[in-house]
Write a protein that binds this ligand. Structure first.
Ligand code: PLP
Length: 443
């Protein structure tokens, strides 16, 4: 496009290059959401769409929650922005204290970011800097897992294990390796909850340690439940084993809780749910109920205190973002935590877990359904792909579902569901009743 053919219509769709979207397809038949309340979105043609995905795994308390709306409005009136470096404001400290209280163990220190991707970069950098601060600076390797998703920045795609997110971007970080993923369809296909088999997959870390020597490895990062790659539930005993191996070799264990954090599994964090204590935890999304971009990295006392040495006028960690602890985001975060607590939303995955599980698994009789998995308020329905056209079948399901009034998310040929935690049985019935029709109607 030349300068003389500039876009002038405000509703022209071509200027916005949409993220992780089939832009040309979208712009031919746009799917526009114009408002939201509770469990439902509203489209520009005035249709109600049941939110089966909590936005993008982030609106855990549903939409337009009064406490959050009011807190954001009030904060804008009071203090819109405060410099993040060398200055503070009370809500950043208050939120960090509340978060530290909510997180089990001694993960008592919170570093603010603006997204899951930034939380991942931050945690990886803290891990490297921590070892160096201890005089163990040869620990520079970072280990991820096949099929892992850790956002889209260079650190995240390097430790991530989704080839589509890596292949077009040239050089990844050096010194990165990956352990095996945790999906064993032969043994664990159509499992309810955590699979029985596969704790041994954690031993793959020993193979990596033998290859590189553990003294070169700084950290291992995994999602406790892999989400974006199609919901891979950790086998029983797997995370415990991973913890043991990391401890044995002095390697930091990072849990990427960007989707599991804030109630998704029926506990505040996967750390609570699995009872496995990592050294660093990355979060975002549900922290502000998706309203204002914000992420947080939790670090243990031991990691944090390692940095708190040297001259007191010196910056201890050369890292941070202009919007780290933004006042409006902090206000949204505080109101979000209050909403979760007041409405018992951390418990919802437990309370409704069985009803949800039964509903997800009720689809197993449908043709072209290959596997079904669930945990907490997460469900995945894996479809047989169409030969030569990967992702096409699931994408057709997504489009048909939207037409029929439900929002689902697909990744590869897998439908992933993660509704707001305010979901009720009637919504679950609507979601799976409609999905049944959708899966019957698509080719
Ligand atoms: N880590 C995990 C486990 C995620 O699921 C995501 C996003 O879905 C991210 C990191 C990246 O988060 P963001 O999109 O906020 O950068």
């Amino acid at each position: 496009m030349t300068a003389t053919t500039k876009i002038s219509r405000p509703n022209d769709l071509s200027a916005f290059w949409m993220p992780f979207t089939a832009n040309r397809q979208f712009k031919q038949t746009p799917r526009m959401l114009v408002s939201a309340d509770g469990m439902y979105y509203k489209t520009d043609d005035n249709r109600d769409i049941l939110d089966g995905t909590a936005g993008l795994w982030c609106c855990n308390a549903g939409h337009k929650r009064p406490k959050i709306v009011e807190a954001v409005k009030a904060q804008m009136d009071e203090l819109d922005y405060a410099p993040a470096f060398q200055m503070g404001h009370p809500k950043a400290f208050e939120l960090a204290s509340r978060l530290a209280q909510l997180m089990p163990g001694d993960l008592n220190h919170v570093f603010y970011t603006n997204s899951g991707s930034e939380s991942v970069e931050t945690a990886l950098k803290i891990a490297l800097a921590y070892h160096r601060a201890r005089g163990d600076g040869q620990r520079t390797r970072l280990i991820g897992r096949e099929r892992g998703y850790h956002g889209v920045n260079f650190g995240g795609i390097s430790v991530g294990g989704i080839s589509g997110n890596r292949k077009t971007f040239g050089q990844m970080l050096g010194g990165v390796d990956h352990i095996r993923h945790t999906y064993l369809p032969e043994e664990n296909g159509v499992t309810r909850g955590m699979p029985e088999h596969g704790a041994f997959l954690a031993d793959d870390l020993e193979r990596i340690c033998a290859l590189h020597d553990p003294s070169t490895i700084a950290a291992v990062i995994v999602e406790p439940v892999a989400g974006s790659t199609g919901v891979l539930i950790p086998p029983k005993g797997y995370l415990e084993r991973l913890r043991e191996i990391c401890t044995k070799h002095g390697i930091l264990l990072i849990f990427d809780e960007v989707i599991t954090g804030f109630g998704r599994l029926g506990a505040p964090f996967a750390v609570d749910y699995f009872g496995v204590q990592p050294d660093l935890v990355t979060t975002a999304k549900g922290l502000t109920n998706g309203t204002i971009p914000m992420g947080a990295v939790f670090a243990t006392d031991a990691i944090h205190d390692t940095f708190m040495t040297g001259p007191e006028n010196m910056i201890e960690l050369f890292h941070g973002y202009t919007y780290s602890g933004n006042p409006v985001a902090c206000a949204a975060g505080l109101a979000t935590l209050e909403t979760y607590e007041e409405e018992g939303l951390y418990e919802k995955g437990k309370e409704l877990g069985q009803y949800w599980e039964d509903a997800v698994h009720s689809l197993i009789d449908l043709p072209r359904v290959k596997d079904i998995r669930n945990l907490g308020l997460i469900g995945a329905i894996e479809l047989e792909g169409i030969d030569g056209f990967p992702t096409k079948r699931a994408f057709s399901a997504f489009l048909k579902a939207f037409e029929k009034g439900i929002l689902i998310r697909t990744t590869g040929d897998i439908i992933a569901l993660s509704p707001p935690l305010i979901i009720e049985k009637s919504h679950i019935d609507q979601l799976f009743g409609t999905l049944r029709e959708v899966l019957k109607e698509i080719d």
